[in-house]
Design a protein around this ligand. Sequence first.
Ligand code: PEP
Ligand code: MN
Length: 308
Amino acid sequence: MSSRALRPQAAPAAGAAARRGARRAAAASPPPVILVKHAQPFRLASRESHPESTIVTAGAVSIGTGALAVMAGPCSIESRQQIRETARRVKAAGADMLRGGAYKPRTSPYDFQGLGRKALEWLAEAGRESGLPVVTEVLSPEDVDLVAEFADLLQVGARNMQNYALLRRLATATKPVLLKRGPSATIQEWLLAAEYLLSGGNLQVVLCERGIRTFETATRNTLDLAGVALVKQLTHLPVIVDPSHGTGKRALVAPASRAAAAVGADGLLIEVHPCPGRALSDGEQSLDPAEFAELMGTLRPLALAARA
Ligand code: PEP
Ligand code: MN
């Protein structure tokens, strides 16, 4: 583009009479102001622009249909046997998807960081064996192709909600995305993060509330269930809840899951470990398979009541 194109056009010379005439005309009929108004800045995510609810498909599972989609599995994939056993047990209890971390975003660099590609292979194998589609986290743009080879749903962790390079890369991925809310993100910032995925071409986005940081330290995070009800009204995208990170305490996972189902969440993401006491990450907030099965038996009536 030439620099000339950037300069404003010179106004045609006009006499005093012409200028007076123009001023009178302007006073009589002000120039039309054309406003393209979007009440919400997250224009593609908003229900205003898209009133009907979006259904996201991960493998053979549909999220956002009105049924509760339950994703369960360990925080981290620790061994082939651990993920296969978890898959078998959560499937038997009625889970719809298998979760498990291969690339872990840990607060301390000295903590277990995940087993990477090997863990992805074990996860995919466990998913095939049990018939469960799998969800796992992708930490960086360079890993998207590799993780997408194995995963049915690509998780963006809370710490990465505003990693715009990652969001832009995932916008062009062929797999759906699970976008967790950042620990300090407002609802508007969360929906604008989703907007990066939608505006970049990936319309298959699930939101996940996983607790936010508040003054309260008695729970690991403060699970914002009123926020879930609000976001369900603001957006057409499915919204699920992670009661494990949302509370940080095993004893609170079942009540928080039931509350999430009752408030209208489209699904749950729950940490389950065959032996939580020996978990390499998040054991204190993980259910064992029996506790998970017991919880599953109580959820359906609550989810139905939320839709009545
Ligand atoms: C996880 O799901 O194990 C995880 C790290 O979650 P978050 O990004 O919500 O902390
Ligand atoms: Mn975890």
